[in-house]
Design a protein around this ligand. Structure first.
Ligand code: BG6
Length: 484
């Protein structure tokens, strides 16, 4: 018998994530002819519908983004099917199994609420869909805290071994995030300096201009610390701070990341007031337009933070004494995702007079959004003749990835493209392991518990600003400033 065609099942296939990210990514992969030849894609949802209606919905979602190539669309449409079923119920999972037919290679993408991960996995198992060639791809967040994530991971482990569980953090699919590994370990320039001897501090900012909109039922239960910090921000921190892995094998990289997470200093009731800030946006103006406050969007009072800033300390030899300032928020002044490595000033200045005032320390900025750009400010002599012997100025050595790579760089990819492809190929390097999730939750649970003990509620900030005043005080207390 020929091997059955591989099947990608999108659980929550008609939902927001599928329509906004997954199907556009699959379309792009189709356009580049990167999808496995015989791959079938089945969207699963509780809503009524059939393949024809699903294809029409998917096409409309794609067209809302950009013009759709007719031939590429035809190829993708031919793969698409829809199964109206509640995959968390035995009947629904059986209906899905019938639609799949004899199982070959099966990849289930859970674009669902995390509370459904365990029941759906059990139902899939009951329907005989978790055999040796099944992989599960789980969206973050896995649970809401350490305990709930353990329950989910335990239920999943009963059905599928860890090696076939792919936990997505879509930040790891971003080109610049992977480039961070190349920057650190494919150059001799940075690594010898990448320690507390030369680095003064690190800043990681993920600022978004949009609000929570109609995602609020999910968001209000999670807040910025669980939605962004537990995963995306801590993953970025890990890639900046980890030791060189022995190679790029999945476990080599993940072993190093988990060591960083385990070295994070826990927050306490005594430290949390100094080392963290919670905020919630009120009304304001974003991109020239009036924006509602968070509570007006939610329709009731809420104690959920839409902004968090904190000082993280990594208690190991490499990073002792180097603060990592992290901040993320919605409805901020600008969309900006960046990592800033601030080096220490020169140990002794030979420049006297006015030049000494111009001397600033080197700074490596890795911008992920809106543009991908890596720049290193270095000191130069200002050209020309001045009254003083020499005046200095910082200038950026800049590597705009779009400019540098030109044609070869191609279009900017959706982060999910890389991850979907890796999941289909079975490469887990860019996915998050069970123990990483646990270590990240342990840290975040500690912050949340310290907030509760200290009675810290979110401070208001106007939509369109850089967060509450406390976020500036947090970094300025240490004599440093945000790179705004
Ligand atoms: C998601 C969060 O994981 O990441 C969203 O749930 C957030 O709240 C999004 O907006 C940000 O992703 P990106 O790629 O736009 O920075």
């Amino acid at each position: 018998m020929p091997d059955p065609a591989p099947v990608l099942v999108l659980l929550g296939g008609a939902g927001d994530l599928a329509m906004r990210m997954l199907l556009p990514s699959l379309y792009n992969l189709e356009m580049d002819r990167l999808l496995p030849e015989a791959l079938r894609i089945i969207g699963v949802g509780r809503g009524e519908g059939d393949a024809a209606r699903y294809r029409a919905e998917v096409k409309a979602a794609l067209e809302a983004r950009e013009p759709v190539d007719p031939a590429g669309w035809e190829r993708l449409a031919a793969r698409l099917d829809y199964c109206s079923a509640d995959a968390g119920k035995p009947d629904g999972a059986r209906a899905l199994a019938d639609r799949i037919g004899p199982p070959g290679e099966l990849v289930f993408f859970f674009a669902l609420s995390p509370s459904l991960y365990a029941p759906v996995t059990r139902a899939l198992q009951g329907a005989g869909l978790t055999g040796e060639r099944t992989r599960l791809v789980l969206e973050k967040p896995i649970g809401r805290d350490l305990e709930s994530s353990r329950e989910i991971n335990a239920a999943i482990a009963e059905a599928v071994p860890e090696g076939r569980v792919f936990r997505i953090d879509h930040y790891l699919g971003k080109e610049t995030v992977q480039n961070l590994i190349a920057l650190r370990f494919a150059n001799t320039l940075f690594e010898p300096l990448w320690t507390n001897v030369s680095i003064d501090h690190v800043q990681i900012t993920v600022a978004e201009t949009h609000g929570v909109g109609d995602r609020w039922p999910y968001y209000d239960d999670y807040g910025a610390i669980r939605d962004m910090l537990q995963n995306h921000m801590l993953q970025l921190l890990c890639l900046v701070a980890m030791e060189p892995p022995s190679d790029l094998e999945p476990d080599a990289v993940r072993n190093e990341k988990v060591k960083v997470l385990r070295s994070l200093r826990p927050f306490t009731r005594a430290s949390v007031g100094q080392d963290s800030v919670r905020g919630q946006y009120g009304e304001g103006v974003v991109d020239g337009e009036k924006a509602l406050g968070y509570e007006a969007e939610v329709g009731r009072p809420s104690g959920t933070e839409t902004f968090v800033a904190l000082t993280a300390w990594i208690d190991n030899w490499r990073w002792a004494g180097v603060p990592f300032f992290l901040r993320t928020g919605k409805r901020m002044a600008e969309r900006c995702t960046e990592i800033v490595i601030q080096f220490k000033p020169v140990p002794h200045s030979i420049f006297g007079g006015a030049a000494v005032d111009d001397l600033v320390a080197n700074r490596l900025t890795i911008a992920l959004q809106p543009d991908e750009d890596i720049s290193l400010t270095i000191m130069n002599k200002r050209p020309g003749l001045t009254e003083d012997a020499m005046r200095l100025q910082p200038l950026p050595l800049s590597l705009s990835l779009a400019r540098a790579l030109g044609e070869e760089g191609g279009r900017r990819r959706i982060a999910y493209e890389r991850l979907l492809l890796d999941a289909l190929r079975g490469d887990p390097t860019l996915f998050v392991r069970n123990d990483e999730v646990a270590a990240a939750w342990r840290f975040v649970d500690g912050v949340a518990a310290a907030w509760a003990q200290a009675g810290m509620t979110p401070k208001p900030y106007p939509a369109g600003s850089w967060g509450p005043a406390g976020a500036f005080a947090l970094i300025e207390r240490s004599g440093r400033t945000w790179n705004d």
